[in-house]
Design a protein. Sequence first.
Length: 367
Amino acid sequence: MLHITILKSDFLTSINIALRAVPQKTTMPILQCIVLQAKDGILKLISNNMDLGIETVTNAEIKEEGSIAVDAKLFSEIIRKLPDSLITIKTDENYTAEITCERSKFKIAGQSTEEFSFLPKYEKGKPLNLSQFALKEVIRQTVFAISDIETNKLMTGEQFCIHDREFKITALDGHRIAIRKIKLAEPFEDISVVVPGKTLQEVSKILMGNVEDMVRIYFLENHILFEMDKTIVLSRLIEGDYYKIEQMLSSDYETKISLNNKELIGSIDRGTLLIRESDKKPVIIEIMDEKMELKIQSAMGTMNEEILIEKEGKDLMIGFNPRLLLDALRVIEDEKIDIYLINSKSPCFIRDEEQSYIYLILPINFN
């Protein structure tokens, strides 16, 4: 029978991590549980929704080894509302869990872990080592561009591609493409896999975001494994070959403009005040010699604003969905950005000289 003592703060941190792989709805009620497993002197919390599985280790005093599955929602709410103090958990042969903290005592029904789907055993191979900060950043800078329409599975994930000491992440939804690249310190085998966007959103929330903390990524046969200091996240991959987008990323252009990113964000942001969520109104951009004019027109009113730019090539008038532009601009740290355009029917490219980031956005008609 399980018998442990643990600090509430440590416990809650681990519970919040494990909750990320507990499904909202499932035909297997056991999966709506978190497993507490005290074994070999460590306490592990385990959760699994069959697409994503999490194991996390926490500091606890283990008085008796054992395991139990407890309802994740109820158990986490109880722990959350207990005083900030030591918590003791004991289980009996009927899988009743007794939770004690200061003068508070709960008894809740748990169940055996026999039917629970534990994470499968796997051959690891060589890991890709990245700083947690770098991975968290490239996810943040691309994941907004995935599609949430489940019918097109590949668009709901991001491509992880490794080639020639470069790790490239790509996301697209049919209206835009977001690409980020990281130079690798050492060579790694060529890889191309598609990782579910939901997995990356959950992994991102677990990553500490410190430059010193590392994450090890293992590419398994149908899975990807993220290994951090105390937590492992195992996810299924999305099957299928990712889109061939290289031919879309042409470096030809007829017009190139350079301008201040914050100014452009501010201008588009102000313009969107005139656009309701449901409206499909474009921001119309007119590029002239030393300035660019932004125009937005809707049932609520109109906006005109000028921004100073440096321009190479032809004048141009083009329309975009303002929200798609803002999504990309807001994740670019550079103060000054370059935008490349061909004509009013072709996508624009926002990219830096090294091409460590590329954002492609399709225009929309404004006539």
